[in-house]
Design a protein around this ligand. Structure first.
Ligand code: NAP
Length: 248
């Protein structure tokens, strides 16, 4: 890799929004470094886009350290995308395993990876590092059964704001991208592989595609250097709010 080539790290690049973002950034000339737990999928995508696949479990500080050790000194973009929802239990039936799993990946994982890559972002080949945190409409609204996930994504919003406060004056930008319903493996993971239940989430409506979200990320990272896009909320036209969906 040439020292001056722009470089982007995408966490959770083995599926959905992360994989689409890797494709879009690679098409723009970024050298993409892909992290996730399912290495075979990452390797296939890396071969397709000319990027690098590296195992990464954002819940494990050792895994993050090993991932960071193989990065070039300078990184232009970090897309903190790894995460998702587990379960849909009401608070009165709170599942500790689900809550801690979601907190570990969506919140602590995001902060851990950002901490590890912070020195790399300060040495971005373009002179401007950019962190893109994938939040959700769940950072802005709550819903029955979504207590654990919405608490996590509200935390992501607080963390994005804190990054902008703490890094003010440094050559860093911070954007949060908050999608509504996107058809990925998200619901399959949430419902522990129950494909019928996952499909029902998108039944009769037209959800966003992962590419729609990747396109929003691309727009945010290609603004002029003096511009910081703080937040993008992006929903399907068939969705007015969480849980308020037009089904044809
Ligand atoms: P997805 O298809 O299930 O992708 C999730 C990705 O996160 C996978 O690549 C998964 O890879 C990775 N991941 C999960 N836990 C990880 C861990 N511990 N370490 C490293 N990677 C991990 O779902 P998606 O919709 O693309 O989700 C991406 C992000 O968008 C998530 O933060 C999610 O909360 C957010 N989001 C999704 C929607 C939606 O409707 N789909 C809406 C709003 C926000 P491995 O399993 O291979 O590790």
């Amino acid at each position: 890799m040439s020292a001056a080539q722009r470089c982007a790290v995408v966490t959770g690049a083995s599926s959905g929004i992360g994989a689409a973002t890797a494709r879009v950034l690679a098409a723009q000339g970024y050298r993409v470094i892909l992290g996730a737990r399912r290495l075979e999928r990452l390797q296939a995508l890396a071969a397709e886009v000319g990027g690098v696949a590296a195992p990464l479990d954002v819940t494990d500080t050792g895994s993050i350290a090993a991932f960071a050790a193989h990065l070039p000194a300078g990184i232009d973009i970090l897309v903190n995308n790894a995460g998702g929802a587990l379960g849909l239990e009401p608070l009165a039936e709170m599942d500790e395993t689900h809550w801690s799993g979601m907190w570990q990946s969506n919140v602590l994982g995001l902060v851990r990876v950002s901490k590890a890559l912070y020195p790399h972002l300060l040495r971005a080949p373009t002179g401007l590092g950019h962190v893109v945190n994938i939040g959700s409409v769940a950072a802005h609204e709550t819903y029955a059964g979504g207590g654990g996930y919405t608490a996590c994504k509200h935390a992501v919003k607080a963390i994005s704001e804190t990054m902008r406060v703490e890094w003010l004056g440094q050559p860093l930008r911070v954007t949060e991208v908050d999608p509504g319903l996107v058809e990925t493996e998200f619901s399959l993971v949430r419902f522990a592989g129950d494909a019928e239940r996952a499909a029902a989430v998108y039944a009769g409506m037209e959800p966003l595609t992962a590419m729609d979200v990747a396109d929003a990320i691309l727009w945010a990272v290609t603004r002029p250097a003096h511009v910081n896009i703080d937040e993008i909320i992006i929903k399907p036209r068939d969705q007015a709010r969480v849980g308020m969906v037009h089904r044809h």
